[in-house]
Design a protein around this ligand. Structure first.
Ligand SMILES: [Cu+2]
Length: 625
């Protein structure tokens, strides 16, 4: 028998009240900061410091075992670190200009940013084959301007930013890829009238505002994303999603909050129902329906309306105010947690299929059938307060973050038994086990992505970094190993074994097909066509050639820079005084910058990226008559 918490009308609010007390209690404790807010003040210890130190120590010259890709939140970046050292190795700029690599300054990356100077990126997703990470690409969503980006893991560079995606507002439930990277998934956190640009009064929210869930098609050879399809949904606030694998490989699920369709003061109004929903979508069927013309073109995308095209998606009741759904490694079950209900539910994918076939529905929302909760669940588990996200290890265990308890619980999804709990510092959001959202979890570690660091670091003033903690999960008991800090704000991360990736260190000359590339100083030079000036420049130790560029005021200047080095780590930069020009060109790469010579005078240019003993001598003049 399943204990049905929803049947007890009062329990939800009791749990919410407990949660509220816990939040208030936490706030009171946390206010002090400083030494009292540090490790001693919270009773968190590292156990044996010597053991923890040796477990995370990577001797100088040795390499980490895993790549860790953190989302950088509203920084718009991805941070690359190593596990177990937790050392920050590199920053991949994605949605934000980044002068350190010249990103957003050259013509190509500037065009890719599309005029936006920031993004809010949350959930990195390594491409998959048969449900396992294949290490080709890294996708990441963008919540503020409704986009998805693709990074090529061959060179760790952003290659495509797709969007703003039509009809979508707040792309939070993204960029989880399907089992063979057929699609990148997305969902609207905020509902608006569609298509974008339509006005409807806020009073019309429940009926005239629409959510969408959908998929971007991914080219299997190039990774290039293009519009796939969307499904119209009620104006719920879609949250995190998860893609199926194995038997559930054709399915994707997201949870929502605000199934009340409320507006304003959601902290009160969106908690009225004792349950919210997950939506489960058969993406393969939906793609086929869109391909056969069953969708309606809205904003340039085929949009499927469940009222007109039934059988593509279903709603599953979930504990109150969930913050995501996570398919298990073998794809036979998925887990949701109600952050205000303190209940984690394990759903059976087979029972879900059976209930759909037997039409075990309890109602519908805008044409989407609601499945009977009792018919589709395996069990409910009481793990702790504020359960959020779940990851899986290589032994069949689940790890769930507990925001209010500031802890991680290890438990068995097959029995519901909670096996261990470890406190973290503090208020964990996401957590990450290498491969923990794929068919092949690697286990070994869980990284706690904590929302608050509360002074567990040298005091850097009020703008405190985010905190991550590395925890050993190889034994029966979890062991805290290391505190790491990052720029804001890791929401999620993925990690893969180092040997899965084989990044290049130089761009091979033979692959450079840029028509403006020059590989010898004798081919470098300046040509004029009307008021357009093309400069083919060679960058090599130790010159930027031609060393003088003379133009007329008002000319359009196009500088095409080729770094002709084929040697590892020999980057060159190109900056012009007072012209806001800043490029960095990797070995074998060609980059372009186009600008108007709108200031008269003489402006030095120089190499910004230290390259050789004669680096200082790599300079020249940009002369404007
Ligand atoms: Cu240089």
């Amino acid at each position: 028998m399943v204990k049905h918490v929803f049947s007890k009308a009062g329990l939800g609010w009791t749990a919410a009240a407990v949660a509220l007390v816990a939040i208030l209690l936490f706030a009171c404790q946390g206010g002090g900061g400083g030494k009292e807010g540090g490790r001693a003040g919270r009773g968190i210890t590292t156990g044996s410091a010597g053991d923890a130190a040796s477990a995370t120590y990577v001797p100088p010259g040795d390499l980490d075992k895993y790549y860790l890709f953190y989302s950088g939140g509203h920084s718009g970046n991805i941070y690359v670190a190593g596990i177990p050292s937790m050392r920050h190795i590199s920053t991949i700029p994605v949605f934000t200009p980044y002068p350190a690599t010249g990103y957003g300054f050259d013509d190509e990356s500037k065009a890719m940013l599309g005029g936006y100077t920031w993004g809010d990126c949350h959930h990195p997703s390594i491409s998959k084959t048969n449900g396992e990470y294949d290490g080709r690409w890294l996708f990441i969503n963008e919540n503020a301007n409704n986009r998805v980006a693709r990074i090529d893991l061959r060179d760790f560079k952003t290659k495509q930013i797709f969007g703003p995606i039509p009809n979508l507002s707040g792309n939070h439930g993204s960029a989880f890829v399907t089992a063979n990277t057929e699609y990148v998934t997305y969902a609207s956190r905020f509902s608006v009238p569609v298509p974008r640009g339509t006005y409807a009064s806020i009073d019309q929210y429940a009926s005239s505002y629409k959510g969408v869930v959908g998929c971007l098609k991914v080219d299997p050879n190039t990774g290039e994303m293009s519009n796939g399809f969307q499904i119209l949904t009620p104006p719920f606030n879609w949250d995190l999603g998860s893609t199926g694998r194995g038997p559930s490989a054709d399915w994707v699920a997201w949870t929502c909050y605000n199934s009340e369709r409320a507006t304003g003061e959601l902290e009160k109004t969106a908690g009225a129902n004792d349950r919210d929903y997950a939506i489960v979508v058969n993406w393969r069927e939906a793609a086929a329906a869109a391909a056969s013309g069953k969708g309606k073109d809205i904003g340039g995308v085929p949009v499927l309306d469940p009222k007109e095209v039934p059988g593509l998606c279903y709603l599953v009741p979930v504990p109150k105010s969930p913050h995501g759904v996570d398919f298990g490694p073998d794809g036979t079950y998925f887990v949701t947690s109600g952050k205000l209900e303190a209940v984690t539910t394990v759903y059976s994918f087979q029972k879900l299929q059976d209930a759909i076939a037997a039409k075990k529905f309890t109602g519908e929302e805008d044409g989407i059938p609601v499945l009977d909760y009792d018919a589709v669940i395996d069990r409910e588990v009481q793990i702790g307060l504020g359960p959020l996200h779940t990851q899986y290890d290589d032994k069949g265990y689940a790890y769930t973050s507990l925001f209010i308890d500031s802890a991680i619980a290890k438990w068995d999804p097959k029995t519901g038994e909670v096996l261990d709990t470890i406190p973290v510092a503090y208020n964990i959001g996401h957590l990450m086990v290498p491969g923990g959202d794929s068919s092949k979890p690697y286990g070994e570690y869980v990284v706690a992505l904590n929302k608050l660091s509360h002074g567990r670091h040298l005091n850097v003033g009020p703008s405190q970094p985010e905190s991550s903690q590395l925890i050993d999960i190889t034994g029966d008991k979890m062991k805290l190993l290391y505190d790491a800090f990052t720029e804001p704000e890791p929401h999620y991360a993925e990690a893969c074994p180092a040997e899965l990736l084989k990044p290049i260190e130089v761009y091979p000359k033979e692959e450079n097909k840029d028509p403006m590339a020059v590989w010898d100083i004798k081919d470098a030079g300046i040509t004029r066509n009307g008021n357009v000036v093309d400069v083919k420049m060679v960058m090599v130790r130790s010159t930027l050639y031609p060393t003088a560029i003379e133009v007329n005021k008002g000319d359009t200047v196009k500088i095409h820079m080729t770094n002709i080095e084929q040697t590892t780590d020999e980057l060159h930069g190109f900056a012009i005084n007072l012209y806001n020009i800043n490029l960095v060109v990797d070995p074998g790469e060609t980059k372009h910058v186009t600008f108007t010579a709108d200031k008269q005078g003489v402006f030095p240019f120089y190499c910004t990226n230290f390259c050789s003993a004669l680096h200082q001598e790599m300079q020249g003049y940009f002369l404007v008559k």
